[in-house]
Design a protein around this ligand. Structure first.
Ligand SMILES: NC(=O)c1ncn([C@@H]2O[C@H](COP(=O)(O)O)[C@@H](O)[C@H]2O)c1NC=O
Length: 521
């Protein structure tokens, strides 16, 4: 970054008050060596002094002791006038001189660990005690007064501070950027506090939904474009890891559509406890399968619809083996995402220049989903196969012979895999693999036709069928029975269930009701 020497402001006096003392000693030493006078609070001053660096305690400056267990330390006009004086104004400079207050050129503050304290399961009183008051006041004051003061809120910036001090100070552009970072820091902090009050400590009702929805995201990177080339787009992260912060081990930059498909792929693959591979295009599975290992699961998933799998996004719920990598390297694939890669697997995948290889640990974990709508947002608890009806032990046999354990496992796989398909969804499965998927149709009959057509006569016969929602009429089901499916699982609950059950019985097909629906839009 080029420095504008006209606006560079030398740093002669610094106020340092930090909870996280990482890098503090080196910072203090560096500032002192550059001739900067240091003023500091309680244990920060203690650590600086212990490092052999001269430091003035805030209480010497204010003439008032730190009190109330640290609740009042820096909340004093001698501190805040020193931070807030606009040194461009003669009147402010004169008032400081009259009051005997010396200005600060640099403020270094980081805040009490409120979020971490809540996450540790601390008592409400302990959490409240970790709401920093004096720190944000100083940070906001210094950020507001960036024409005169530089504000630093992260130890990661200490290197920049020392470089700036040695070269004469920060210029206005740098001080503005630091002020922006500082306001983001306090804004995120306040959102965390307000959310804790709204979610937990002082929830307005027992609906389970907070009265206030606050979220803070940092821009991670600007993407080439959005869903289409005429739409600008960028990726933001919330600091919880997941796909948004996945490590890219190889390949071209991720696109907007790569992210949405990879998200859908991980959602699908992690629904299964067994080694699973999901191949996704336009957020729908063109193949999903479980296997003894991930290579077998991939072969089965790919066989579902090899034509559509071209240019797909693959999610794996186990480490990628070299065997799987060899298979994937043979097929044009946009993205592969997995929790880990065995030695040599990335090298095999990297033979293809364009495939994006991502490592994202753990299953998708967002407990709630927020969907923007015009003028607002919808929030819902994330669907994670958590309903009673997702366990075959709770299914009701609506008609036909009860399935054996092995057959029930097949039907259960179809039920889980069907959840990954956009509604209206019908999925046919055999041997732990999808063989025909009917997705995104505006009536269930067409979804059934699509699933049967994609499976082909041979694969449809004897397959296990799942429907994400009930059959409103027998017609959709009849497409499946005519194709010779062995069993069907569906939520049930239609006013015409009786007719649907009758049609299944007539065809000699076993049908289970789950009592649970899995719309996915
Ligand atoms: N109350 C105050 O006047 C006050 N002034 C600064 N602090 C915080 O005290 C911490 C540093 O304290 P110490 O130097 O004692 O470790 C910093 O995180 C700072 O944000 C304060 N603490 C909380 O509000």
């Amino acid at each position: 970054m080029s420095v504008n020497t006209d606006t560079v402001k030398p740093i002669r006096r610094a106020l340092v008050s930090v909870y996280d003392k990482t890098g503090l000693e080196d910072l203090a030493r560096g500032l002192h060596e550059a001739g900067v006078e240091l003023v500091s609070t309680g244990s920060t001053a203690g650590k600086i002094a212990a490092a052999g660096v001269p430091v003035t305690k805030v209480e010497e400056l204010t003439g008032f002791p730190e009190c109330l267990d640290g609740r009042v330390k820096t909340l004093h006009p001698r501190v805040h006038a020193g931070i807030l004086a606009d040194l461009r104004l003669e009147s402010h400079r004169e008032q400081l001189a009259e009051l005997g207050v010396e200005p600060f050129d640099l403020v270094v503050v980081n805040l009490y660990p409120f979020r971490e304290t809540v996450a540790s399961g601390a008592t409400p009183d302990e959490c409240v005690e970790q709401i920093d008051i004096g720190g944000p006041s100083m940070v906001r004051a210094a950020a507001k007064n960036h024409p005169s003061v530089a504000i630093v809120t992260s130890p990661e910036r200490y290197g920049d501070v020392l470089a700036a001090v040695r070269s004469g100070g920060f210029d206005l552009t740098a001080r503005k950027r630091l002020a922006g970072e500082a306001f983001r820091h306090t804004a995120a902090y306040d959102v965390a506090v307000a959310s804790w009050f709204a979610d937990d400590y002082a929830a307005a009702d027992d609906s389970g939904f907070p009265g206030f929805l606050g979220a803070t995201y940092e821009r991670n990177n600007v993407l080439r474009y959005g869903e289409n080339p005429h739409q600008g787009a960028a990726l933001y992260v919330d600091g919880t890891g997941g796909l948004a912060e996945a490590e890219q081990l190889h390949g071209k930059e991720m696109s907007y559509n790569n992210y949405t498909d990879t998200d859908a792929a991980r959602r699908a693959a992690y629904d299964h406890d067994e080694p699973c591979v999901a191949i996704i295009k336009h957020a729908n599975p063109c193949g999903i399968a479980i296997g003894a290992d991930v290579a077998e699961a991939h072969r089965k998933a790919h066989a579902c619809d090899p034509l559509s799998a071209f240019g797909g996004v693959i999610a794996v719920n186990r480490p990628v083996t070299v065997e799987l990598a060899e298979q994937v390297a043979e097929i044009f694939t946009e993205v592969i995402v997995a929790p880990a890669y065995e030695d040599g697997a990335v090298e095999v995948l990297a033979r293809k220049k364009n495939i994006r290889v991502l490592r994202a640990e753990g299953a998708p974990a967002n407990p709630v989903e927020v969907k923007p709508i015009d003028g607002g947002a919808l929030l819902q608890v994330t669907d994670r196969l958590q309903a009673d009806g997702d366990d075959p032990a709770n299914w009701t046999l609506a008609t036909g012979d009860a399935l054996s354990d092995g057959e029930l496992a097949e039907l259960s796989f179809a039920w889980k895999a069907c959840r990954a398909v956009k509604s209206n969804a019908i999925l046919l499965a055999k041997d732990g693999a999808s063989v025909g998927v009917g997705m995104g149709q505006v009536n269930r009959v067409d979804s059934a036709k699509l699933a049967v057509e994609r499976a082909g006569e041979e694969r449809a016969r004897g397959s296990y069928a799942a429907s994400d929602a009930f059959f409103p009429f027998p017609d959709g089901l009849e497409i499946l029975t005519a194709a010779g499916v062995k069993a069907v699982v569906q939520p049930g609950g239609s006013v015409r269930d009786e007719l649907v059950v009758e049609a299944a019985a007539k065809a000699g097909v076993t049908m289970y009701f789950t009592g649970t629906r899995h719309f996915f839009h």
